[in-house]
Write a protein that binds this ligand. Structure first.
Ligand SMILES: [Zn+2]
Length: 188
């Protein structure tokens, strides 16, 4: 395996679903982490950024493959982000069609101008609104200047996810398979 590819593989993040720690993992691909990381508010004048997370649900697992970037009509200040641009929905629709209708809306991401971010009360209220109408867990990610906060939402409950131990990474990775035409629907 070429070194660059090896590094990319190693950079993927695997987390434990706090609502189902025995059975459910979240895989966030390295491209998502680097695309979101590019909007870290390192510059003190930088505005918050955000978008939606797209990917796949496979049995109890979640797999995030795309983070949409902020668009021109999103409302962005140093301490707030409101996702108003139509580009997020447009990307979601085109990726859904391109994936033969298997790609799903998995969650939301935005940045905070703090080193190690924590959700604000407004964040939690907005996430609860999103989860209220859905049966499946949703993923919420806040990218800080140094670290990130990643959590799951189910109904009104929002819980932080923890990183899977290194020993579980290989197993989880092999279970979180990439999209293939013949496994487009998981009926479990
Ligand atoms: Zn926030």
């Amino acid at each position: 395996m070429p070194a660059a590819l090896m590094n990319a593989w190693l950079a993927d993040m695997i987390l434990i679903n706090p609502f189902d720690p025995a059975n459910s993992r979240l895989l966030i691909e390295d491209i998502v982490l680097s695309n979101v990381g590019a909007f870290r508010q390192v510059d003190p004048n930088a505005a918050e950024a955000g978008g939606i997370l797209l990917g796949f649900r496979r049995a109890s697992h979640l797999h995030v493959t795309i983070a949409t970037p902020p668009g021109p009509r999103d409302l962005r200040t140093k301490f707030s982000f409101s996702r108003d641009d139509e580009s997020h929905q447009r990307i979601a629709l085109s990726e859904w069609l391109r994936s033969e209708e298997t790609m799903d809306y998995i969650g939301e991401w935005h940045t905070h101008p703090e080193s190690h971010p924590q959700p604000s009360s407004l964040d939690v209220r907005e996430w609860q609104q999103i989860c209220r109408r859905r049966a499946e867990p949703m993923i919420f990610m806040i990218q800080g200047i140094l670290g990130s906060w990643i959590g799951f939402g189910v109904g009104r409950a929002i819980k932080a996810a923890t990183r899977a131990p290194a020993t579980q990474r290989t197993v989880a990775h092999s279970n979180l398979i990439r999209p293939k035409p013949d496994t487009s629907s998981v009926a479990e």
